[in-house]
Design a protein around this ligand. Structure first.
Ligand code: HEM
Length: 211
């Protein structure tokens, strides 16, 4: 891919990732965030954190299905870091606007409300991934250990989806699309390994005449 094309795509990706934030800032400035601005901020940032996380997980399966999409790898870190960015704004919205920095109220919530507990778990799982996202950290950890650590992203996404289900009212199915997308992406990995092993075993099998 040409440098200028990559640069244009990266600029577009930045603009797209920043779009939900721009809408929130615009809504705050023009006072059009609706009757419950705190909830609007929490829901928008939470939803986009999970969406970007799921999108970042889609990159490897897409590259495997179609090698012409290999260039997508250049966008995985961007998506992952924006997912963490929105998750952090989301968490800070809760700490500042819902809880008013009341440490006791936050601790009680974490202990007593299971959707908060699993949300905190999701954020804590994303933290070491964001912290080790630099080239320097990858070199320091070594590719293998870095890869193992970054498998936590699946657990973070699963916690994010559970958190989503546990915070909607009973009967509301809005988390279903994200759940199905994540289920497909999680199944794609073992399916790919099995497919590779099957292809390899066919290659190694003796020709029919020898058998
Ligand atoms: C410290 C960690 C977290 C806390 C305290 C927290 C808290 C909350 C709260 C209070 C809501 C409900 C907002 C409302 O109804 O007004 C919510 C919704 C949500 N959160 Fe979190 N959350 C945390 C981490 C996360 C993370 C890491 C993700 C994503 C990976 C996430 C994704 C979501 C989603 C998808 C929703 C629902 C959005 C919707 O209904 O459109 N949360 N969270």
């Amino acid at each position: 891919m040409k440098r200028t094309t990559l640069l244009s795509l990266k600029t577009l990706a930045w603009l797209a990732c920043l779009w939900p934030l721009e809408l929130l800032v615009w809504g705050a400035v023009t006072d059009t965030l609706g009757p419950d601005p705190t909830s609007k901020i929490a829901l928008t940032t939470g939803y986009n954190a999970l969406l970007l996380l799921v999108l970042s997980l889609a990159i490897t399966p897409l590259r495997r299905i179609w090698s012409r999409l290999n260039w997508l790898i250049k966008f995985r870190r961007l998506l992952g870091l924006f997912a963490f960015f929105y998750a952090t704004v989301h968490m800070l919205t809760y700490v500042a606007l819902y809880s008013g920095f009341d440490v006791n109220a936050i601790a009680t919530d974490i202990a007593k409300r299971r959707f908060i507990t699993v949300g905190v778990a999701a954020w804590l799982l994303l933290l070491p991934l964001a912290a080790t996202s630099t080239n320097w950290a990858i070199r320091k950890l070594g590719g293998k250990r870095w890869g193992q650590l970054h498998k936590l992203v699946y657990l973070a996404a699963i916690c994010g989806v559970i958190h989503y289900w546990w915070q909607v009212k009973p009967g509301v199915l809005s988390p279903l699309r994200m759940t199905l997308a994540l289920a497909v992406l999680l199944a794609a990995r073992p399916a790919w390994s099995l497919w590779q092993r099957w292809k390899q075993s066919k290659k190694n099998a003796p020709p029919l005449a020898i058998r």
